[in-house]
Design a protein around this ligand. Structure first.
Ligand code: F6P
Length: 561
């Protein structure tokens, strides 16, 4: 039986009324009226400080949003998520990414089984593999130590490891056999083709990362990689005893929730790392999908990443809603989307190491909450996930900030930066320069959020100005400061956003753990591919698609195919 939709409940109506009363009150006035906003609206946990004072809200707004969270059952939902309830209702399973970062001495019983031992058994298998690579003992078919590892995966089997390996590149352990990790995700083979021209097949291994092990993007890259290895290593190398089985064994690792499919594809049993259906693809970097991360930073730092995420999980579970970072970040988003009608959200890290963070969040947020049907199957009558995109802040300043400052779209921004960086650079002169560059970066970060907030009021009035030199301000933002960027704080940062997404989904009454929206495209792509290849079925197509396909065929005909 459907319950009363959230937008017809008391707390939502009170917020709508409050929003109407607030009108378009300018952030600059809120700062004048309420001294000490930073103190009032900032909270810290797990090495992160979240400043929400530049949100276009008051203490009363936040109280009403906390009422909304309570009425939507957020505290109970958090307990259910962490206890392993079947929160992914359309697929009837729990979403237990938090179990992947529980310490070894914890217990989490789900369906009568304690999950912690199997989680740690997988970590131990990863550790063994990583140790072999780092000792130079994982050898290719011709006996040379593997030096390059290419991760073949897409979506959650690519973006998390890609983002984290880039962010933590400074944490590479010293004194080990170095492994260079690369990522190829696109089905068009662009990235892979480049690696195949540069890498040595004798010292290259591929990790096939795919929860389902059915994703065509990954499998098509995998087939190309397999043929490349075979054509280079079998016979041609003139090596005695190098056969197909040896190539498959020494040059492929599989990571999936489907051991049967990995085996069918030819991955050796003991080179398979398995994970569980209860880990969503975009929530999976904490386990075996994180193998590329561990290959770069080592298991100790990988465990640091898990520990940081676990610290955020504990905070999420224990802190009161009014002090709970994920809850507060989620509520700021709800206020913007549902009550201030701000439907665009930009992620702006001021630290080059976080280059792929926005791309990672695009999947996490939009694949999780880009939904319009409630758990009960009703159409929602309110907005859900905003359009979210981003880029390194300093580069975005020279690209799309124009729109943030003077465009017609209202946009919420998240600014992210570490408080300190480069203080450990050994050479004093270089250290001074780089620390100065970091301060310059922070100055830009703080200046941008200030101008977005104040507009023209950020500068002294210096006489009349043409309209095109005016800044309206009043654009809300959140600022997240990491004490410094470490495996632990990065883990906490990612977990913060995972939980924020969950809280918003709870309020919107949608399932953040499925992704049915992407399935139809896959099916139609299969049919279209069949038509393209076999030249049948064109009659059933719409006029546009028919025209496009014919354009391809005529180009192929011109080139004699
Ligand atoms: O098509 C979307 C999706 O299923 C994502 O949810 C997932 O992260 C990605 O494809 C890759 O899936 P897999 O890990 O099963 O290859």
């Amino acid at each position: 039986m459907s319950h009363t939709p959230i937008d017809q409940q008391r707390a939502w109506c009170a917020l709508a009324e409050h929003a109407a009363g607030m009108g378009r009150r300018h952030l600059r006035d809120l700062f004048v009226e309420q001294p000490g906003r930073f103190e009032t609206f900032s909270r810290s946990a797990a090495g992160l400080t979240l400043d929400l004072s530049k949100q276009r809200w008051t203490g009363q707004t936040l109280d009403l949003l906390l009422d909304l969270a309570r009425d939507a059952g957020v505290p109970e939902a958090i307990r259910g998520l962490l206890a392993g309830e079947r929160v992914n209702r359309s697929e009837d399973r729990p979403a237990l990414h938090t179990a992947l970062r529980l310490p070894a001495d914890a217990r989490l019983e789900v369906g009568g089984e304690d999950l912690v031992p199997s989680v740690h058994a997988t970590l131990a298998r990863m550790a063994e593999m990583v140790e072999r690579f780092h000792a130079g003992q994982w050898r290719g078919a011709t006996g040379k130590p593997i030096h390059d590892v290419v991760n073949l995966g897409v979506g959650g089997s690519d973006l998390g490891p890609l983002m984290v390996t880039h962010a933590l590149a400074d944490y590479r352990p010293e004194g080990i056999h170095r492994i260079d990790v690369h990522f190829a995700s696109t089905m068009d083979g662009s990235q892979l083709a480049d690696y195949l021209t540069r890498l040595n097949p004798e010292t290259t291994l591929f990790v096939l990362s795919s929860k389902s092990f059915t994703t065509i993007d990954t499998l098509s890259n995998a087939r190309t990689a397999r043929d490349w290895l075979k054509s280079r290593l079998l016979g041609a190398a003139g090596e005695e005893g190098v056969d197909e089985a040896l190539v498959m064994r020494q040059h492929f690792i599989g990571v999936s929730a489907s051991p049967e499919k990995m085996a069918e594809w030819g991955i050796a049993d003991d080179h398979q790392l398995e994970f569980w259906e209860w880990v969503g693809g975009r929530y999976s970097l904490w386990g075996a999908i994180g193998l590329p991360i561990a290959l770069v930073v080592g298991m100790e730092h990988f465990r640091g990443l898990l520990a940081g995420a676990h610290a955020m999980d504990r905070h999420f579970s224990e802190a009161a809603p009014a002090d709970n970072l994920p809850v507060l970040l989620a509520l700021a988003g709800i206020w913007n989307v549902n009550f201030l009608d701000i439907r665009a959200h930009s992620i702006l890290p001021y630290d080059g190491r976080l280059e792929y963070f926005a791309a990672y969040l695009e999947q996490l947020e939009m694949e999780s909450n880009g939904k319009s049907v409630t758990h009960d199957g009703d159409q929602v009558g309110y907005s859900t996930c905003p359009v979210l995109w981003g880029q390194l802040g300093p580069n975005a300043q020279h690209a799309f900030y124009q729109l943030l400052h003077q465009g017609t779209q209202a946009v919420e921004c998240d600014f992210i930066a570490p408080r300190v960086r480069y203080d450990d650079v050994p050479d004093p002169a270089t250290r001074d320069h780089l620390m100065g560059q970091h301060r310059l970066t922070l100055a830009n970060c703080f200046a941008q959020s200030r101008v977005l907030m104040l507009g023209d009021d950020a500068i002294e009035e210096d006489g009349p100005r043409p309209e095109y030199k005016h800044y309206r301000g009043n654009q809300p933002s959140s600022t997240l400061l990491l004490d410094r960027l470490t495996p632990e704080t990065l883990g906490a940062l990612i977990a913060l956003y995972e939980h924020k997404v969950f809280v918003q989904a709870t309020i919107w009454d949608i399932n953040p753990f499925d992704q049915w929206g992407v399935e139809l495209g896959k099916k139609i792509a299969g049919e279209t591919q069949h038509t393209l290849e076999h030249r049948t079925g064109l009659e059933g197509m719409d006029d546009s698609t028919r025209g496009l396909i014919e354009a391809v065929w005529s180009a192929e005909a011109e080139h004699g195919r």
